[in-house]
Design a protein around this ligand. Sequence first.
Ligand code: HEC
Ligand code: HEC
Length: 349
Amino acid sequence: MRSWLYAVLVILSIILLGASAFRPTVSDSEYSLHPDTPVAEVLERLGDPPLPHKPNFKLRGVSVVRGYDIVHYGTTTGPDGQRTTKQSPHFVCTSCHNMVREDPDLSVADPEARLDYCAAQGIPFLPGTTMYGVVNRTSFYNGDYEKKYGDLVYRARYDLREAIQLCAIACSQGRHLAPWELESVLAYFWTLQLKMGDLQLTPHEWQEVEGALAQGRPSGATIELIKSHYLQASPATFVPPPDDRRQGYAVPPGNPQRGRLIYQQSCLHCHWDKRFSFFALDYDLRTFSFLSKHIARYTRYSIYQVIRWGTEPIPGKRAYMPNFTLEKMSHQQVEDLRAFIETQAHSEQ
Ligand code: HEC
Ligand code: HEC
């Protein structure tokens, strides 16, 4: 019955395969573009200055595996064969940062789209930006992090090494990384660099890049085209809790189903079984009643308070909750979470 369809398909594929076989090669050089070609490599070929934060492998002990260990476990075995002291007693980098892609479209910072993407991938929804593609960024602690912390972030602004050290101390509440540790973390981060296939170029744009590469000349326009497909800096806008905490933010009514995703992918990432904090959250009715009761209050247990302002690092204890910027949680999402907590608190279990 469908044999005509197969015949058409076979003929079509012969035409297509033939066309690609006879198409003139992209350039006389051996270079060709693939979905897993690194973006940074293509940009360099097109004349963009090389990124300044390539790892220094000449330093003794530098390795991708050690970098992986430090980022995921906070410790590794050093070049002397000794286990290093934990980078932080409270956190690991993955408490607050994903190491995989977290946005469907890399050219925008949209927390709604990110939540769906994270839930579908089964990865957490976090206050820090993913380290996937961090080496492709050129400025760090942007927006209000710069405005509010001024001098503190000054050195880290255009320097990924300094940004990592700043986070090791200020975000992670831990110790500085030794030079070989820092270079190892960088080496690991380079394995998370963006690939051309991540950018979702249209077939036409892809051809344009191929064309420019084949010419073998610098092309500012093509560099711009590629860069328009991902953010070179992660934006950050600090926002306060709503003026009236009983009323909440002036957005459409919260959606408890979306709120559940936030609770699951975000809050529980750190609070389940006191994983990265001293405060446990779970699915118990009492937990929801407690959170619900505090929502409208001016206490440290109000979700508005902790989400928008975070908690102060307490000396000696010093695990603290980072605030969520507008790019990490929208007002609507906070209301969705509220709706979920309130629905759970009032449900009979
Ligand atoms: C307690 C949470 C937390 C921990 C732990 C943490 N970070 Fe961060 N980090 C943040 C936040 C919040 C920012 C603010 C900027 C952003 O990521 O959007 C940040 C920023 C950064 C940046 C700059 C990103 C950018 O694009 O501006 C780097 C690099 C970084 N962290 C590396 C690390 C490394 C490496 C570790 C582990 C040693 C670590 N962080 C641990 C919360 C954390
Ligand atoms: C990156 C990890 C992390 C995430 C994500 C996170 N928290 Fe926290 N939270 C902490 C830490 C650390 C503290 C500090 C207090 C402590 O350890 O007892 C804290 C404190 C709190 C407190 C105050 C408790 C106290 O004893 O002062 C509340 C309430 C809270 N978080 C709720 C939430 C909710 C709701 C979410 C989800 C939107 C969330 N947290 C997401 C790490 C996190």
